[in-house]
Design a protein around this ligand. Structure first.
Ligand SMILES: [Zn+2]
Length: 188
């Protein structure tokens, strides 16, 4: 029997993308944190199949949980590509639990991977805002900056070298004249 977190182990709070669910106490890996619940919709009933909102949780080809009800606090859990929880889907029981897959510290935002279909439909077009993707973008920006700096430094070295060549050529010429003069004088 998996451990079940007490109802006070989370709270709704402000996250980067709106609201989110946050741990208020340590949650051990493997713990059931919260149930994702709401009316069960049957895709064979046209009126139920027609319901559209972003809190629909598909259990299988036939059954879907409509998680848009106010009491379903699990609807506040945001997506992450590198989550600390997962959805434990039980189609036969028509239940979904959100379970910790890592130890979660108080203050941590709880998140799970919404899955490929959701990602493609809703997140890819606007760019995923999860911490993992933000970090990746930050790293890419830093790498692009470093690459630009490298190119610039290379160009500057090249310009410096060209300048030095020109200067040393000039110097040689001057030295030659000067030296030649001296030699000339010495010879004379
Ligand atoms: Zn992401």
């Amino acid at each position: 029997m998996p451990a079940i977190a007490s109802s006070k182990s989370y709270r709704v709070g402000r996250s980067k993308t709106g609201l989110g669910l946050f741990a208020t106490m340590p949650i051990k890996k493997g713990t059931r944190i919260i149930r994702y619940f709401g009316p069960i919709l049957d895709s064979k009933i046209p009126a139920q199949d027609a319901i559209e909102n972003k809190y629909l949780f598909e259990l299988n080809g036939r059954w879907t949980i409509d998680g848009s009800v106010r009491k379903n606090l699990a609807r506040y859990i945001n997506h992450s590509c590198r989550p600390n929880a997962e959805s434990d889907v039980r189609p036969r029981e028509r239940k979904v639990f959100i379970r910790a897959i890592r130890n979660i510290e108080p203050g941590d935002e709880i998140n799970y991977d919404y899955g490929t279909d959701y990602f493609k439909a809703y997140l890819k077009p606007i760019g995923c805002k999860c911490e993992s993707c933000e970090k990746k973008r930050k790293k890419q920006r830093a790498e692009a900056r470093a690459e630009r700096a490298k190119v610039k430094a290379r160009a500057e070295r090249k310009a410096l070298k060209a300048g030095a060549k020109g200067a040393s050529a000039k110097k040689k010429k001057l030295n030659g004249k000067h030296f030649g003069g001296k030699v000339g004088r010495a010879k004379a």
